[in-house]
Ligand binder design. Structure first.
Ligand code: BGC
Length: 378
């Protein structure tokens, strides 16, 4: 037992969980580079999401697993290059004032082999295309890597997002397709802002990326705030825990500035119970439990705000959700918002996705941030 931040905790156990998390992700990563969202969960098995994958790659990159992250970004790159003509068509249609239908936009998830899925899914989501851009730039900076390896895929992503960022689409939770979500906008801004300054774009695209990034910032400040903190969607007076990522790790609204700090406070007050973070108040998915990956994002936000005590508490809470085999689930049922809905989801999809690689990745990311996991060489 070691004294960390004034509280007695088993630091070695926290470190072990971070190490086994890295190993688990390395083992489960497909040879194609794609990360399965959850290897066994019926609805996710065989698929890799741009959103989950970008955060997983960022966690692995932060832990020093350079080749794993490279592999994922190569997977993204191949997917985008394979769909170059589709992106060109989407961009041209938007420029001509007749945007393509949602069903012609890029999906949120692909098979590990990089194909579109052939079952129905809530596929039109823009956030992942911003998040992968952000993550690949962080990765190249962290490890001194040349972004040229992914240059055409980066250009296609910039063109795609710049043409379509204003469109309503499904949110992080694959819901509310008729809204423009502040988290989605934040992911796009993070990606465009990161690549605009990364020295990889030609002048016209650099200018476009800067301009859209600035427009998103204005849009959020004018329509995406409620009570001085970030709101779930433009015009909403609700909060959503996905907004934590805008504070950290994406840093679009830093923890030390007013919007970021008010957002941390609001999510801590409204969606956090004993360290466990709910997605949003009316969540009924598997009864609306608490998500370790969101608890880790809250921990990252506390860390950025300089509050290591609260950040460590979040790491503790997430670690305590691990199963005996050291697997982190998508959510836990300690505090359900609507217990009556749990069974319906179990009947439909089986028990909660475990392990969820994104949960492991956010745990790794916070563990690295707090010095609990030493950066490895893999
Ligand atoms: C979540 C998504 C996630 C997907 C795969 C869904 O239930 O709402 O955010 O990308 O699972 O993990």
């Amino acid at each position: 037992m070691i004294e960390a931040t004034g509280q007695t905790r088993d630091l070695a156990a926290l470190t072990r969980l971070a190490e086994t998390s890295v190993e688990l992700i390395l083992q489960l990563q497909d040879p194609s580079g794609g990360y399965p969202a959850s290897p066994t969960f019926s609805a996710y098995s065989g698929f890799c999401w741009f959103r989950d994958g970008a955060f997983i790659a960022d966690g692995m990159s932060a832990a020093g697993a350079v080749e794993s992250a490279n592999g994922f970004f190569d997977w993204c790159g191949r997917i985008l290059l394979d769909r170059e003509s589709q992106v060109i068509e989407i961009v041209a249609a938007a420029a001509a004032g007749s945007p393509v239908a949602d069903s012609r936009m890029l999906p949120t998830r692909f098979t590990l082999a990089g194909d579109d899925g052939d079952d129905d899914w809530w596929d039109f989501q823009l956030d992942g295309y911003g998040t992968w851009l952000w993550a690949v730039v962080q990765h190249s900076k962290r490890h001194g890597l040349d972004l040229a390896r992914w240059s055409r895929a980066i250009e296609l992503s910039v063109d795609y997002l710049a043409s379509s960022w204003q469109r309503p689409c499904f949110d992080w939770w694959e819901e509310n397709a008729d809204r423009v979500h502040v988290s989605t906008l934040g992911c796009i801004a993070a990606g465009l802002g990161a690549v605009a300054d990364a020295g990889i774009l030609d002048a016209a695209r650099r200018q476009k990326a800067h301009a859209v990034n600035a427009s998103i910032g204005t849009t959020i400040l004018e329509h995406g705030l409620t009570d001085a903190h970030l709101a779930k969607w433009l015009g909403s007076d609700r909060v959503d825990a996905s907004l934590l990522a805008m504070v950290s790790p994406l840093g679009v609204f830093p923890a030390t500035e007013s919007v970021g700090s008010a957002t941390i406070e609001a999510i801590d007050r409204e969606l956090t119970v004993g360290g466990g973070v709910h997605r949003y108040l009316s969540d009924t998915f598997f009864g609306g439990g608490q998500w370790p990956l969101l608890s880790c994002m809250l921990g990252l936000a506390f860390a950025d705000a300089g509050d290591r005590v609260r950040a460590f508490e979040q790491l503790d809470w997430a670690a305590a959700t691990a199963t005996e085999r050291g697997e982190l689930p998508e959510q836990v049922a300690q505090h359900l918002l609507d217990p009556s809905m749990k069974q319906e989801w179990v009947d439909r999809w089986g028990s909660v996705a475990t392990p969820l690689l994104w949960s492991h990745a956010m745990y790794i990311r916070l563990a690295v941030e707090l010095g609990v996991l030493e950066v490895i060489d893999a």
